[in-house]
Structures are given as C-alpha cells and as structure tokens.
Design a protein around this ligand. Structure first.
Ligand code: CS2
Ligand code: MN
Length: 362
C-alpha cells in the first residue's frame, strides 16, 4: 500500500506540502490542475512547474485526480471527439512526467452531492452529511441557487460558471438513458485506454457518489455488478477502478471488502473512508475507525492486504476537527488520523504475515 494525500495546490489548499511530508508514510500528493476547464489539454509547462514544486518536499506526483471528462463525452455529442483528443494529449503529457494513475469519474453534471457540509457529530466535530428526503424533494436548480448564495457551500461540479448552464445541461440529459451512458463510456475508453497503456498510466474510474441516480440523471458506477461490467468494456489492466469505500459504502447492499477481493488486480487506487448510514437513507461521514461507521474498514484493509495490494491509497474525506478551517472534507487533522489508523491495521497484518512465514521456516 503506497500512501498518498490529496492536495489542491498552492493558494488553493489550507494544508501545506510541509505538513503533508510529516504525515508518516505519505510518499506523494494526489493532484490536478484545478483551474483548467474539463476538456482542455493540460499544458506541459504547467505540469512541470507543479512537479518541481512538489518534488522539493520529497513527494511525488504519480497520482492525478481528476482529469475531468467533458460533458459532451458523457452526452455522446459529435463534438466529443475533439475533447477525447485533448484527453489523450493530456495522458501523454502526464506520462512524460511519470504519472502512473489517472482517476476520473463519469457522473453526469455533478460530482459528489451532500446537503450539509458542516453537520455536527456527537463530539462537536462536523462532517459532510446527506439527507435523502431533501435531495428527493428538491428542485436541483433551487438547491444550486441556495448553494451559490452561500460561499462556504461549493461542491465540485457546482461552480458558479457551470450553474448558468445547468438548465441547458439537464435538458440535454433528458433523453440519455443508463444504457446510453454505458455506450458513451465505452466509446471514450476504447480510444483512451490504448494511449494510457502506451504511456504506462492506469485509468481508474471513481464510483458515483452517492451511488444512485439523483435528480433523474443517470448514474452507472454504483455497485459490484456494474464495476465488473466496466472492467469488461475494455478488458485491459490499464482500465481500472478507484475503489472508494465511502462512495460505494452508503448503499448497504454494497460490500466493499468483497469488491476488493473480487477486483484486486484492477484497483490501482484506493479511497478509504467510513460513513454512518441511517435507516431513512441519510448518511454522514465519520472518522476512519470501523466502529464509528457502517463500513468494515478493518475487513476491507485486510482484503487489500491478502491480495498483496501495492497500489496507491489515500484517506478520502475527513471530519473537521480541532477548529480547523479547511475545504469541506479536506482538512489535515482527520485525514492524518485516518492514515495512522490505516497503517495500524496494515502493519499488524504485515507482522502477522511475516511471523507466520518465519514460523514456517523454523
Ligand atoms: C472525491 C471525488 O472529493 C471526493 O469525494 O472522492 O470528488 C473524486 O475526486 C471524483 O469523483 C473523482 O473524479
Ligand atoms: Mn472518493
């Protein structure tokens, strides 16, 4: 398991590279050029300048999250070809600087959705919360307006410049079924995976968060069967998954440890976090500790360990603790605690494995 930490870049993150390098076992940052709109080629000079900045701290840039997929590709519009070409050029540029994994998602319009970014937990910390009924009842345009009025409440995919296009986007998706979305994903992967392979980069799709349809939009990266289908769309080791336990884990039918056991050789990147589910379908993000939430983090890490996992892992979101002012879900403290919990499990499993091996030799 190679531990990495998401970093949004200088001036765009409250966490510093100096802090990141002091978290035990963290070897690299998970990054992106966040100011570039989806669909543009990432310029080489920007990539090189980011690399130089990070490497000064002894960290690497082998994992990118995300190279976002232009909406025209997801919609299957004729204009998609030019955006796919740009995507391929970006892969080549990233290959040149030693990037090994590109995480991306294929969610129409929005990335992750929550209804409250600062919901208080029993201990006074706050975390990202999803109220099912609120999303079900709400007109997305209305929800987005509320969010746009609140500068603290910007979710990925909800940035002001995109909001203006929202009505138009919803109309465009009206006739797009899940099967259409599968076709569009296949079209994209058939072109992109060979380029990724040539450049030694594994593409790793992120599951939908939450893993069900919202606001009537199709969502397909939702469960084990669909991940299996994705892997077969282009059956190549460079077509992989970012297995996100927090995204998949909010559906009680999803057993993430089981998915690790099934798809281990196609998971170049693990997102690890816990969530607590309520009977009414609401959920809140919690500490990584297994007993604090509904996902069996211990069993899941065991599943990675059993399979000799050598891919990258990062703590996904964390709570906001100790009065930290940070990007929702992306503070330093709780994610660092999460890492230490993961290492605790991992190191004891390693010791047990080695101990057994030594015993066998004696
Ligand atoms: C991430 C996702 O912040 C997060 O929750 O896990 O937003 C993720 O970065 C994207 O979906 C990947 O494309
Ligand atoms: Mn994730």
């Amino acid at each position: 398991m190679r531990m990495v930490f998401r970093w949004y870049g200088e001036g765009n993150d409250t966490v510093t590279l100096k802090q990141i390098r002091q978290i035990p076992g963290v070897e690299g940052v998970v990054w992106a050029l966040h100011d570039l709109p989806a669909g543009e080629e990432w310029p080489m000079e920007r990539i090189l300048s980011f690399k130089g900045q990070v490497e000064k701290y002894g960290l690497h840039i082998e994992v990118v999250e995300s190279v976002n997929v232009h909406e025209d590709i997801k919609l299957g519009r004729p204009t998609r070809d030019q955006y796919i070409e740009n995507y391929k050029r970006t892969i080549e540029n990233l290959g040149k600087v030693g990037v090994k994994v590109i995480c991306y998602n294929f969610m129409p319009v929005f990335d992750w959705i929550r209804t409250d970014l600062h919901k208080e937990l029993e201990d006074g910390s706050t975390a990202l919360f999803y109220e099912k009924a609120k999303v079900a009842d709400m007109d997305p345009i209305e929800l987005v307006r509320n969010i746009a009025d609140n500068p603290d409440f910007t979710m990925p995919g909800w940035e002001p410049e995109r909001l203006q296009r929202l009505t138009e986007l919803f109309a465009a998706y009206e006739d797009v079924t899940e099967e259409d979305l599968w076709d569009h994903l296949q079209y994209f992967l058939e072109q992109v995976i060979p380029i990724a392979e040539q450049n030694g980069i594994q593409m790793a799709i992120h599951p939908d968060d939450p893993p069900w349809s919202i606001f009537g939009l199709p969502r397909i990266m939702t469960n084990k069967a669909n991940i299996g289908r994705l892997l077969k769309l282009v059956d190549n080791p460079y077509n992989g998954v970012t297995l996100c336990s927090g995204s998949l884990g909010v559906n009680p039918d999803n057993n993430v440890a089981e998915m690790v056991r099934e798809f281990a050789d196609r998971i170049p990147f693990a997102h690890i976090r816990n969530v607590r589910l309520y009977e009414n379908g609401d959920f809140i993000e919690t500490s990584h500790r297994a007993c604090d939430g509904s996902v069996d983090i211990c069993d899941m890490v065991k599943a990675y360990h059993e399979n000799g996992f050598t891919g990258y892992a990062r703590p996904d979101h964390g709570r906001h603790i100790w009065d930290e002012q940070c990007r929702p879900g992306y503070g330093l403290y709780d994610r660092a605690l999460g890492i230490m919990y993961l290492w605790g499990i991992w190191d004891s499993l390693e010791r047990e494995r080695r101990g057994k091996r030594y015993a066998a030799h004696s």
